[in-house]
Design a binder for this molecule. Sequence first.
Ligand SMILES: Nc1ncnc2c1ncn2[C@@H]1O[C@H](COP(=O)(O)OP(=O)(O)OP(=O)(O)O)[C@@H](O)[C@H]1O
Ligand SMILES: [Mg+2]
Length: 616
Amino acid sequence: MATPPLASVASALQGAKPDGPSAVRAARPIKPLGEQLISQIAAGEVVERPASVVKELLENALDADASRIDVRLEQGGVKRIVVADDGSGIPEAELPLALARHATSKVSNLAELEAVATLGFRGEALASIASVARLTLTSRVATASHAFQIASDDAEVRPASGGFGTTVEVSDLYWNTPARRKFLKTEATELGHCHEAVRRIALARPDVTITLTHNGRVLEHRRATDIGARVLALLGTEFAAQHRAVSHVAGEGLERLALGGFIGLPAVARASANGQYFFVNGRFVRDRILGHAVRAAFEDVLHGERFPAYVLALELDARRVDVNVHPSKTEVRFRDSQAVHRFVFQVVQQALAAAAGRDRASGAVYVNAPTSLADLARMQTQTPLSMGVAQPSAPYFAMFAAPGADNAETFAPPHAAPPEEGEHPLGFALGQLHGIYILAQNASGLVLVDMHAAHERILYEQLKNALDCQGAAEQPLLIPAVFNATDVEVALAAEAHEVLARLGFSLSPAGPNALVIRAVPALLADADAVALARGVLADIEKYGASRLLTERRNELLSTMACHRAVRANRQLTLTEMNALLRTMEATERSDQCNHGRPTWTQWRLADLDRLFMRGQ
Ligand SMILES: Nc1ncnc2c1ncn2[C@@H]1O[C@H](COP(=O)(O)OP(=O)(O)OP(=O)(O)O)[C@@H](O)[C@H]1O
Ligand SMILES: [Mg+2]
């Protein structure tokens, strides 16, 4: 994976510079908040478990502009948590206030609270931690000749040794509340949560070097790097091999929305949500609206119970998002959640929808580069003007035109350099392998296509388009097909008559235990009509006729596409193969089949050379 194109996503992933968390600010003193402001802050429990402590301390370090953070844990963090940073430090005189409730250097009035630019803002984390554990704070500012220390149990400030920056040591969590200690899980579980807290910060801030040590063993050591390298290293090799970069900006000023990051292709979706990271202005959040937008964007390519993996960062004006919603600060409220949902959905969907062969390797994505007319229409109806017509802004545009990116891993943006006339990204068919794969030659080397999977995906998209328009056209059968049906099938066929008609079926009873098919959906004219009808009836039974055209539409379309798609072992002529390649190029989402498997893969000449050790 070439690094230069990814570097500029960093600005998106690093949060909302210049006005997001971690923006460089002049040092401000810690001050008690006024009563009024205190009442405005979402108060409550912050120390649920060791990982909450780790998270709060890491956030403080980032707010202090640290470039290096060391996290050391003992016994899953229950025994000891030490977080040391090289940030701006806390002046001697302010140390007692740092441990006081409702005292902060980060906000001082309502306007600032409504446009929070730091990760912390309640002035509460250290005080809460100190109330359930023993806490020692050691800090040295740049102008001090040595460090000072304060401990939560005697509140006296003393000189101490230590370099520039701040070290917080938290030990014996819940020593004074044994009942709560009982709720802690095993060391491994608590460690897992702490590790996850570190991972989130590491993903949000690749420019910071971060180390995690447990019982003296280094678990994580991440040097400062660019966003691409950090994300791919943390999300694993599968993700690294099959992902797309996302980068898009829409609107300006207060209206500006920017989304950057990486989404795993359906083939690397997971069995749980553990690969999902969403950052809003540099803050990790769990937000229903954002989660839903991504999920919806994956709808067409990811069925069933799989969870897409992604690292996405949304940037917007701090005034458009309220972070003062929940004491743990992982929830946010958008002033205009619909616009945010629409934006995220569209950007991710477009990233996934890019037609086969255009941009797979580079992962470059243009929300404003419609790949079909239908696409264009959709954008124009759903998108406010400011989004529909915007060009990628300069820094994002630069991402796709990085120097030195001259191999198959880059592609030229359609705006800048349209593909040459007659150029076919998937190349031309050479032949067929064991009746399963098509071999084709394109500019970069060899293309292997899984015929069945590719065809199934194409059909799926065609059926979907047909349904989107007034319903699928029907193809009357020359000889109606009669088949033995169960009582249930006969009953379902009658009940779901309308839905079946909409799909292009004409299906009616022909005696007590028989059904007759007079027409099938035109797109599936060559399918085995009986098997197809049975498959659709089975879906109706499973999901109910009414849900089949709405929530369960994907399942239905898959069933239908699957019955007609080219089966393995069917001999195709070269003309047929080339036709399939051309259709793939013109079909959205044709890179993955309906089950999330890839439909084709590229072997570049360089890959082949390596196999034969050529040029070494
Ligand atoms: N690592 C650190 N480096 C420099 N200053 C720090 C550090 N940790 C805490 N402080 C100072 O101590 C103050 C109190 O920290 P604390 O975490 O309790 O509150 P906060 O960060 O202001 O808000 P929140 O409760 O939302 O985290 C901060 O406002 C900051 O000025
Ligand atoms: Mg804090």
